[in-house]
Write a protein that binds this ligand. Sequence first.
Ligand code: ATP
Length: 144
Amino acid sequence: RPAHGEQRIAVIGLGRFGSSLAAELMARKWDVVGLDENERRVQRHRDLLTHTAVADATDDEVLRQLGVHDFSSAVVAIGSDVEASILVTSNLLEAGVPNVWAKAISRQHGMILERLGAHHVVLPEHEMGERVAHLVTGRMLDFI
Ligand code: ATP
């Protein structure tokens, strides 16, 4: 894995999912650029991340100015606004980001993101449900 500083990731949407993801990546010494249209949310992350910005990520110009085309990875952590999630994912793919991760809130949403070409689609609630079932039955070793 490349040394510290070479792994730069954009986290778009600093809700519960994006926020914990960004914090964990910082702990692992990645460079994390956090973006959210909600100023209060960005404020809360200002001292925790490498760089933060308040902006609407559906605006292609915003992504360009952030320099996302040079990032090794980006995560679309927008959920409930499915249209925004699709648009941002599509713009990141168009910009040529090699590892685009996207969060889906439903299987249908996930399917659309996959068809768009997102490299990794995660369904936190569905996946955590399966994981808890493994934990409940004490079969975690089968899972990890
Ligand atoms: P979580 O479960 O992680 O809290 P959620 O799916 O409930 O997420 P959303 O409201 O969909 O939450 O989005 C998460 C974050 O993404 C919010 O902080 C929201 O402000 C931000 N967000 C939504 N749309 C955009 C956008 N177009 N540009 C930038 N940030 C956005």
